[in-house]
Design a protein around this ligand. Structure first.
Ligand SMILES: [Zn+2]
Length: 153
């Protein structure tokens, strides 16, 4: 499954990336959002009911009614069965590019006190962001695992 997230659902989109799903976040106008979703074979996630009225919408548009990220996650999981531990932290949260193993010189980006704990370092070849299993990523892993456990998959 690949996704196109309406810009209004940016935070949800970043969580989908964290879970490893190819997720574009876009703020273009209605018609173009649907066209892009169809062209790229993505499911369009939105809270905008108008988008369900387009001819191409059935099977493409997923309408959420929830307001908080937490509720959106629950609602989306209920609708299409997202596996929140699909491929955790294999995509850049900022730009959606698949991450690759970082070259040794990038270890200087990891704070000294964390280095002993970190086994793997990844980076985004597109925007240059470096990722490692620090406390922030571990907390996110914890949430993904909890959502997976509650998903009924
Ligand atoms: Zn990136």
């Amino acid at each position: 499954m690949k996704f196109l997230c309406d810009e209004m659902l940016k935070r949800l989109g970043r969580w989908l990336r964290a879970a490893g799903y190819d997720t574009v976040i876009d703020g273009v106008r209605d018609r173009e959002l649907i066209e892009r979703a169809v062209r790229e074979g993505r499911l369009l996630i939105t809270r905008d009911r108008k988008l369900t009225e387009f001819r191409d919408a059935p099977g493409v548009v997923i309408l959420l009614r929830s307001n908080t990220v937490q509720d959106c996650i629950r609602e989306l999981t209920g609708q299409i069965g997202i596996d929140w531990t699909f491929r955790p932290f294999t995509r850049c949260l900022v730009c959606n590019t698949p991450l690759i193993e970082a070259p040794p010189e990038l270890w200087c980006e990891v704070p000294h006190r964390s280095r002993i704990m970190v086994r793997h370092l990844y980076y985004c070849p597109q925007c240059g962001k470096v990722y490692w299993e620090g406390s922030h990523v571990r907390r996110m892993h914890g949430k993904l695992a909890a959502w997976r456990a509650n998903s009924g998959l």
